[in-house]
Design a protein around this ligand. Structure first.
Ligand code: PRP
Length: 217
């Protein structure tokens, strides 16, 4: 029998991996545990009827899609993805986990030559475009899927726009941060229809999560 998310339950998209496990820890502390979820199996969908929650493990960059399309009522999603995808969802709470930042970085020493189009390698083309458009700087966006730090080393790009957490990847590749665009952390997001139809349950959960997040900080 397949487990079907139902009307009474809050359906929650959690990002697979370390961030998702931390996020689940907050939900558990908030009173929305689902013990089976940590069984180490490859299952992707877990329900605790008693607590009225159903969790899905999704690819982190997809969490907002499940929420925007209404199959998840709530989700946990990095601010980086919210800035890049601008999904049509409500951002309810800063969970204070998965902290990092969105930086421009380059080989050192970096001197921008404004007479030339700046080549920018990134996984975040919208973020990069918005930033340089606001600065009135012409850019050529080179969209990559990972290992962004290679691009300036191979002269594929002049700079990168990428996530910096500890700074190790920049340092070990001889790159330096040029500027920080914004700070990133995981957010609780809600679907607009879900917020309308399940508002009391969502508000209750968000308040309990806010308390669990503060306790942790
Ligand atoms: C991310 C990011 C940086 C790195 C930053 O990459 O794109 O490369 O982590 O972390 P640090 O500052 O602690 O070194 P990720 O590990 O997601 O791999 P990717 O190359 O596939 O983007």
């Amino acid at each position: 029998m397949s487990m079907q998310p139902n009307q009474k339950t809050l359906n929650i998209a959690l990002p697979k991996g370390r961030l998702g496990e931390k996020a689940y820890g907050l939900f558990e502390r908030a009173g929305y545990g689902c013990p089976d979820i940590l069984s180490g199996s490859r299952k992707l969908l877990f329900e605790n009827q008693e607590k009225g929650v159903c969790y899905f493990w999704v690819k982190p960059s997809d969490a907002a899609i499940y929420v925007a399309r209404g199959v998840a009522d709530l989700g946990v999603c990095g601010k980086d993805i919210l800035m890049e995808e601008a999904p049509d969802v409500y951002e309810l709470l800063n969970l204070g986990i998965g902290r990092c930042r969105m930086d421009v970085a380059a080989r050192k020493p970096f001197v921008d030559d404004p007479s030339r189009t700046l080549r920018v390698a990134t996984k975040f083309p919208r973020v990069a475009r918005q930033h340089y458009e606001a600065a009135g700087r012409d850019i050529d966006v080179i969209k990559l899927s990972g290992s962004i730090e290679l691009a300036p080393l191979l002269n594929l790009s002049d700079v990168i726009v990428d996530i910096v957490e500890t700074g190790t990847t920049l340092r070990e590749n001889g790159l330096d941060s040029v500027e920080t665009l914004f700070d990133i952390s995981a957010r609780l997001i809600a679907g607009k229809a879900a917020f309308q139809f399940k508002q009391p349950a969502i508000v209750k959960l968000a308040e309990a999560l806010a308390a669990a997040t503060t306790e942790r900080a």
